[in-house]
Design a protein around this ligand. Sequence first.
Ligand code: AFP
Length: 347
Amino acid sequence: MDHAAEAHRTDLMTLTRHVLNEQSKHPESKGDFTILLSHIVLGCKFVCSAVNKAGLAKLIGLAGDTNVQGEEQKKLDVLSNEVFIKALTSSGRTCILVSEEDEEATFVDPALRGRYCVVFDPLDGSSNIDCGVSIGTIFGIYMIKDKNKVTVEDVLQPGKKMVAAGTACTGALAWVSTLQLVLSTGRGVNGFTLDPSLGEFILTHPNIKIPKKGSIYSVNEGNAKNWDEPTARYVERCKFPQDGSSPKSLRYVGSMVADVHRTLLYGGIFLYPADKKSPNGKLRVLYEVFPMSFLMEQAGGQAFTGKGRALELVPTKIHERSPIFLGSYDDVEEIKTLYAASVEKEA
Ligand code: AFP
């Protein structure tokens, strides 16, 4: 018997244990982050389970716009948002919540307020639900100084000020649906997989490092006719490399959470550039661009907006958008060079 392997198999590093270990390195810490995270995890598990149930219900003909009582069923993204808002509010650790689903920020009742602001997209990739393709949750966390003086400015902060970011992404392994959670608290990136029999996230991808250069590019090429020159030239180079290397493969799910999860693990680049129709791109700064850029940088990659480092952006409104190029260090470096050259040409 391989005792070392056996010991490893029975010594499970759960997400909670991992976060408590991290917490013990900060003697001043009171465990608030661990409590907050357990409420975020509940929301992530809910989204995964609701999406799985919806898929099954559809297969056996139960789904529709109305439930058995004849009431209109809530859409999954609306339902997921409600679960997140209630879980985060009741945690007693949050003060402002910004969700993709809500036009305005939610200010938590003063009696329940804590020090954290959470920005999130509860169900990213919702257009992929009906065909069972990967979807998930994206979140970023800021900390405020004074919970008695909370304003929306507390979340209109550059991404580099986030204290943590993460994603939860659905998938399937050997016909069993899975949920993988990726988390960074600013000291590297770790990946956990939900063990459904235990109901616990177990550390399966410790200290994730993105390959320095990748062989995949991920972009909606249907927008190509509206791209600017640096983006168009970059994608051309992915297909016809100038250095004699092999062309990159194209992979595009259309759920950022899944496309970036793959990029983090396999390397390469994910792009949602500006184009003539959408000069600010499509993706939202606070709860898409920032958390993903935070994870990328923590894994050794880069995130660039076409103008500068993504995490330096200072959003002026909660649903602001930005172009984004993120992934392996060398791949992002290449697009940065193309943008720099186009600025020089214009000057
Ligand atoms: P949905 O949640 O409406 O499916 O949008 C997903 C998303 O915000 C992001 O997850 C994708 O990367 C991006 O939009 C896909 O956009 P395109 O359909 O324009 O490629």
